[in-house]
Design a protein around this ligand. Structure first.
Ligand SMILES: NC(=O)C1=CN([C@@H]2O[C@H](COP(=O)(O)OP(=O)(O)OC[C@H]3O[C@@H](n4cnc5c(N)ncnc54)[C@H](OP(=O)(O)O)[C@@H]3O)[C@@H](O)[C@H]2O)C=CC1
Ligand SMILES: O=C(O)CCC(=O)C(=O)O
Length: 526
């Protein structure tokens, strides 16, 4: 399938006229063909009008039809074959193995949501049957189900050009919920975006769905992205990117006459707590494992472990030495964009020039124009507590070790840390008592707590939480990965005293959809 540089507005393809966007191959610095025409107000208007028109019929599709559509999207993405893998590698600088793995994750995610739609648990059907004889007042017949919120705007992320982009988790969960999707493509990988967009567009057609179920726009975030979020037909937003981008969109959403939710995944430094028993037994091994996680994908994961806390002493020194040794051998890796590379270099320079911070190690330099070298720093708990800038995310393979004088200080710092996607505890049995004090603190700070693992690499499943309190995300009550992500795009409606013929099928007597339903609070399939 050729890449043409056109936007996909429903079933149409259309060249934008508001300035050209070019992908840059970050491995070589070369500008890639073709030029992608940026969209403007007219394309936002058209895509949103089509999405609104599609919403009615799309939300009425049966679970089987919607699941079939998600599976058709997955197959169409696979059918793009090597052209997709090559384009994504060239536009992101990520190696082939990583992109192939990410394609598997993307396709698996669409298929998982297909199963979720068929299962029907997301409808959360609840029935409180009427109690006409109840004293002192009778009870009405009350029935609840979840319905989709309406058209959703999705912003593709730069660091996962497949799994968090045009056909990624936000799109999959919104489509699964029954919401048409308008994607604002990330300008770093427009060709990858167009290919995946065309695959979804072809699946919409093959499944006989209304064309407005999916559209893809190119253009600047500040113009096209903001206009999209401001459009009154858009009812929710999914975003992964910078704190500045996420909060700008939040402001637009909150300034609308009808404010809407923005599910923005933003910045996270993912603290790792090294408890004394674990350090005593495994300091060197933890140091090596930690560097593996830190340098994965040039550190361009929002789950990257950017902060390590331990009680100072010989065992923490052993950890730092092992991490230093591993990191000094780490090859430089091409970063996603010239801008992200520049931000990383500046972030590392900021840490290196901070006189409260000690530079421990730097990775091997590389020949590419936009390669990042891993970097490891260390500071004291006292300096860390006094310098708020040390909490800022340096997006890339940089991390900071905090040397705490004692366990109480480590716990106090845990309380001071802002909201995060993850926290990791390295522990042994003898650390149980300390871990028991740490966990309640971390529960209030993060979406996922790991024991004896490393935070990068998010499993897509039913029990995953990829979210967390501000500023990790703009709404810590939810997740952007896993089947629970569908909840972001649903809202409950209660039907009171409806005649059977008017009730939605999910709530009818006799349970024709064979759903698990909560009747008078008791889960069953009757
Ligand atoms: N926590 C995380 O998961 C991630 C964090 N980052 C952080 O973000 C930095 C930049 O990376 P990038 O991926 O480009 O993230 P950005 O937040 O800059 O961009 C993400 C998307 O949002 C749009 N956007 C950006 N600013 C605005 C705005 N003010 N109003 C409306 N839309 C906007 C962009 O449009 P446009 O096409 O115009 O750029 C793009 O489509 C990284 O250096 C890193 O610090 C990046 C990726 C993931
Ligand atoms: O670690 C992962 O697999 C996902 C990380 C992520 O969501 C991100 O970097 O944006």
């Amino acid at each position: 399938m050729p890449v043409t540089g056109e936007m996909l507005i429903g079933a149409a393809t259309l060249r934008g006229t508001e300035g050209d966007i070019h992908a840059v191959n970050p491995a070589t610095g070369e500008t890639m063909a073709p030029a992608f025409g940026g969209g403007g107000a007219a394309e936002v208007e058209r895509a949103c009008a089509l999405a609104e028109a599609a919403f009615g019929p799309y939300r009425e599709t049966t679970p089987e039809q919607r699941a079939g559509f998600l599976e058709a999207c997955a197959q169409a993405i696979l059918d793009l074959g090597d052209a997709l893998v090559e384009r994504a590698c060239a536009e992101s600088g990520l190696p082939r193995g990583r992109i192939e793995g990410e394609r598997g994750r993307t396709v698996g995610q669409l298929r998982l949501f297909a199963q979720e739609v068929r299962d029907g648990g997301w409808l959360d059907a609840r029935i409180d049957p009427a109690q006409p004889q109840r004293q002192p007042l009778p009870r009405a017949d009350l029935r609840l189900r979840q319905i989709p919120v309406g058209p959703v705007a999705v912003f593709g992320a730069s660091n996962f050009p497949l799994a968090f982009s045009v056909g990624g988790g936000d799109t999959a969960s919104a489509l699964a919920a029954g919401c048409p999707v308008v994607v604002k493509a990330h300008s770093a990988h427009p060709g990858t975006s167009e290919l995946v967009g065309r695959a979804i567009q072809s699946a919409v057609k093959a499944c006989g769905l209304p064309e407005g179920v999916f559209s893809l726009l190119f253009g600047s975030g500040a113009k096209v992205g903001s206009a999209l979020v401001a459009d009154p037909r858009i009812q929710a937003v999914g975003f992964t990117g910078s704190f500045a981008g996420g909060t700008a969109l939040l402001k637009v959403a909150q300034s609308r006459p009808q404010p809407i939710p923005v599910y923005a995944e933003m910045s996270s430094i993912n603290p790792v707590f090294l408890l004394p028993g674990a350090l005593a037994k495994r300091a060197a091994a933890i140091g090596q494992g930690f560097v593996g996680s830190l340098t994965l994908g040039a550190g361009q994961f929002c789950t990257n472990p950017g902060l390590v806390l331990g009680v100072e002493g010989a065992a923490l020194d052993t950890f730092a030495q092992a991490a230093t040794g591993a990191l000094q051998g780490a090859a430089a890796q091409t970063m996603l964009t010239p801008g992200i590379h520049k931000a990383y270099v500046e972030g590392v320079a900021r840490l290196a020039s901070n006189n409260r911070v000690q530079s421990l190690a730097e990775g091997v330099a590389g020949p590419g124009p936009y390669q990042g070298r891993a970097a490891l720093f260390s500071t004291t708990a006292e300096h860390f507590a006094a310098d708020h800038s040390l909490l800022e995310e340096v997006f890339g393979a940089a991390s900071l070790i905090i040397r705490c004088p004692d366990e109480a200080t480590m716990l106090r710092l845990a309380q001071q840390i802002e909201g995060q996607l993850t926290a990791t505890i390295q522990m042994e049995d003898e650390d149980l008592e300390l871990a028991r004090r740490l966990v309640p603190v971390l529960e209030r700070k993060v979406g996922r707590i790991l024991v004896n693992g490393y935070p990068t690499g998010v499993e897509v499943g039913h029990a995953m939480v990829h979210g967390g309190p501000w500023p990790a995300t703009s709404d810590g009550r939810t997740t952007s990965v896993g089947t629970l992500a569908i909840r972001r795009f649903l809202r409950p409606v209660c039907y009171q005293d409806f005649p059977e013929a008017l009730l939605p099928e999910a709530l009818r007597p006799g349970n024709p959809m064979r759903l698990w339903r909560r009747t008078d609070g008791v889960l069953g399939r009757d």
